[in-house]
Design a protein. Structure first.
Length: 201
């Protein structure tokens, strides 16, 4: 049998086999629908897989502390700072202001003697001072530094002898003072205590 005759016999056999198969008009429809359902299932599975990967990646990022896998400890709890009082201590110049009476004076022992006037000193906020030595009115000026550095000068005065209290000598010898609400102390340049006064008013 020639090649051409063999091909014709095979073609005729295929045609008879095809004619014997019952017709199925919805075969293509079912095939198409099946392909679409398979494609949708593929999309759903792919979306679920992507979502799962995203969740795992997010959790890993959060647990790992971000890129690099380093962990950052939570900020330490801070203890609130104690309340600070807004009240300021009085400056030495403010503590000095007012009237004072002598308690002790280096080298002078006559403070308890009777006199016409009370021996006092009054320091004013304008840098002047006034007072009495027990017999005479006296006055002068003074300066005071942030740390109690002190200089005092005395003006001209009348001198009536009556065991005068030497306020002016104290002020001229003093180079530093220390004052609080009740006590005023004068110190010489070498640290020696020159006099102590008590607040009169």
């Amino acid at each position: 049998m020639s090649k051409t005759e063999l091909e014709e016999n095979l073609r005729a056999t295929f045609d008879r086999a095809a004619a014997s198969v019952p017709p199925a008009p919805d075969l293509m429809t079912r095939a198409t629908d099946g392909a679409r359902r398979a494609q949708r299932r593929s999309y759903v599975a792919t979306g679920a897989a992507v979502g799962a990967v995203a969740v795992i990646a997010t959790a890993g990022f959060a647990l790992g502390g971000g890129l690099g896998g380093s962990t950052t400890p939570p900020p330490a709890a801070t203890t609130p700072a104690p309340a600070v009082s807004s009240a300021k201590p009085l400056a030495v110049s403010e503590q000095l202001a007012g009237t004072w009476r002598p308690l002790t004076m280096d080298g002078f022992n006559g403070l308890k003697m009777a006199r016409p006037d009370n021996p006092t000193l009054t320091f004013n906020s304008d840098g002047t001072w006034t007072g009495s030595d027990g017999c005479n009115g006296i006055s002068g000026t003074f300066t005071i530094g942030q740390r109690g550095e002190f200089t005092g000068t005395a003006g001209a005065q009348r001198l009536i002898e009556c065991a005068n209290v030497p306020h002016t000598a104290v002020l001229q010898a003093a180079r530093r003072i220390a004052a609080d609400q009740t006590t005023l102390k004068f110190y010489a340049g070498d640290g020696r205590e020159v006099a102590i006064y008590a607040r009169a008013r």
